[in-house]
Ligand binder design. Structure first.
Ligand code: ATP
Ligand code: MG
Length: 476
């Protein structure tokens, strides 16, 4: 046991220790908090394991300090909020598993038994809160050593560990990605054999892990590991289909899986460079931006490989994928779908003569998500040829400047039609009908094409002329 200083300064630890003593039980800090202490990562989530009732200890501690406590009897846990931290109490358990589910048979146990059922050695360390050895590290599996070496390892046989609870495979990959650690080879091998066990997990649990992976600094690592171990195939076959490249007449095409992962990492980097908070949904959009490519792939001797319309096919696949992962089909899904659909538009402007109207149309279609789209599109510039990337990025900057110019002039981004349906009905004394929509559409097109400026006066005059052609005149 190693003595540790400074990690247990918060008043709660002494209080839990002395209260446990009064109740005649032993209590320990365990898991993520202990790990993060040694990594120097701040963590406000404290897990306390008690050799006895976690709920009874939590209630006794709460009674002393006047903190709020929530009790979850079904789980045998209690959560206490105190001076900005959350402390979860649970009784030490011993577990045995039934093969058909993640639901273990749980019995009361000792600290050692509880540590044995933890997922990784680095997550199984505990600090004693007993008076006589307060702060002593209890580390039966060499978590400290693995932490120093940057290794993810299970305390028990990995195959058994992953079979018992397959979520641990995804957790291993998530921790490896977040911390930049390596999963030991025998653990990776066990994952390959146990990949099929993922089927007992709910999609919601899987997606929770995916989201956390997507929010790491280098999400590509997680997706590569999930692919290599065969986990990805279990719940995300559409991504696996991006893999590989074909050659015909000596012509190959981009390897779309690696490309997608590069784009994903780029998005994370560019967000950071722009001083933005990571946007999970932008990361999802990066992950799915080329998802329509395998279906759209064609070869012709004259054009070589093409993926025409892959953004349209991809956008159509987004709701299907969300549905298969049991993710809500809400406005976040629509946002991802929109970015997938539009992801080629900004870069297309690079090669064209950038006309104001093309820029206005893009601003109109992207609306308030234009900046996110620009990050995605810039991230999408990848090539083995650095000179080509540099040239495209430079041109891309020109598109951005042009966009800022047009936006400053025409304010299309949050565009509202200056002509409303009510106004048209009142002006011509007519009831709701198709003509109203047609007139509004003509105004919109004229503004986006730059036929008239984006002002009420111009729009009103234009609309009156078009109405006159339809035989409509203002009534008095
Ligand atoms: P994070 O920073 O992501 O919260 P954490 O290690 O605290 O990391 P939690 O999910 O909060 O992760 O779990 C707390 C602790 O419970 C872990 O450190 C680990 O000891 C244990 N644990 C969590 N999930 C599992 C699991 N599926 N199997 C075994 N032990 C687990
Ligand atoms: Mg935690």
């Amino acid at each position: 046991m190693t003595k540790t200083e400074g990690y247990l300064d918060h008043a709660i630890f002494k209080l839990v220790g002395s209260t446990a003593r009064e109740l005649g039980v032993r209590a320990f800090v365990i898991g993520g908090y202990v790990r993060d202490c040694f990594l120097g990562i701040p963590n406000d989530d404290i897990d306390i394991v008690v050799e006895g009732s976690g709920i009874a200890l939590a209630e006794a501690v709460a009674a002393k300090c006047g903190a709020k406590v929530s009790v979850f009897r079904n789980f045998g846990t209690a959560m206490l909020k105190y001076k900005g931290i959350e402390v979860e109490f649970v009784g030490a358990r011993r577990e045995s598993y039934d093969r058909s589910s993640r639901k273990p048979v749980v019995e009361d146990g000792t600290l050692e038994e509880d540590q044995l059922r933890r997922d990784f050695t680095i997550n199984a360390m505990a600090f004693s809160l007993q008076e006589d050895d307060f702060g002593a590290l209890v580390d039966p599996f060499g978590g400290i050593k693995d932490l120093a070496a940057g290794i993810i390892r299970t305390p028990l046989d990995p195959e058994q560990t992953y079979s018992d609870d397959p979520l641990r495979m995804l957790r291993a990959i998530r921790f490896a990605t977040r911390l930049g650690f390596n999963i030991v080879p025998e653990s990776l091998d066990a994952m390959k054999r146990m990949a099929g066990r993922l089927k007992i997990l709910s999609r919601e649990r899987i997606v929770e892990e995916l989201d956390k992976m997507l929010l790491t600094k280098k999400p590509s690592t997680a997706f590569r590991l999930m692919d290599q171990t065969g986990l990805l195939e279990q719940f995300f076959p559409e991504l696996v289909r991006l893999k590989g490249t074909e050659t015909v007449d000596g012509k190959g095409h981009k390897e779309n899986f690696s490309h997608t992962l590069e784009v994903l990492d780029n998005v994370v980097l560019f967000e950071q460079e722009a001083g933005r908070e990571p946007n999970l949904w932008l990361h999802w959009a990066a992950l799915l931006h080329d998802i329509g490519k395998p279906v759209s792939k064609r070869y012709s001797p004259s054009l070589g490989w093409t993926f025409h319309g892959h953004e349209v096919v991809g956008a159509r696949m987004v709701p299907q994928i969300f549905k298969s992962l049991k993710m809500p089909l809400n406005e976040k899904m629509k946002y991802v779908q929109k970015l997938v659909a539009l992801h080629l538009r900004p870069i297309a402007l690079v090669d064209d003569q950038v006309t104001d109207s093309a820029v206005r149309r893009l601003l109109f279609d992207a609306g308030e998500d234009i900046e996110d789209l620009m990050i995605l599109c810039n991230a999408d510039i990848t090539s083995k040829n650095p000179a080509k990337v540099a040239r495209l990025r430079r041109n891309f900057e020109l598109v951005k400047e042009k966009m800022a110019e047009v936006e400053a002039k025409d304010e299309i981004r949050n565009w509202k039609n200056p002509i409303s349906g009510d106004y048209i009905m009142e002006l011509f004394g007519i009831e709701p009908c198709n003509t109203i929509g047609q007139l509004k559409e003509m105004v919109k097109e004229a503004i986006l094409d730059g036929v008239i400026p984006n002002t009420f006066e111009a729009a009103d005059a234009f609309m009156r002329e078009r109405a006159a052609e339809l035989g409509l005149y203002p009534h008095d």
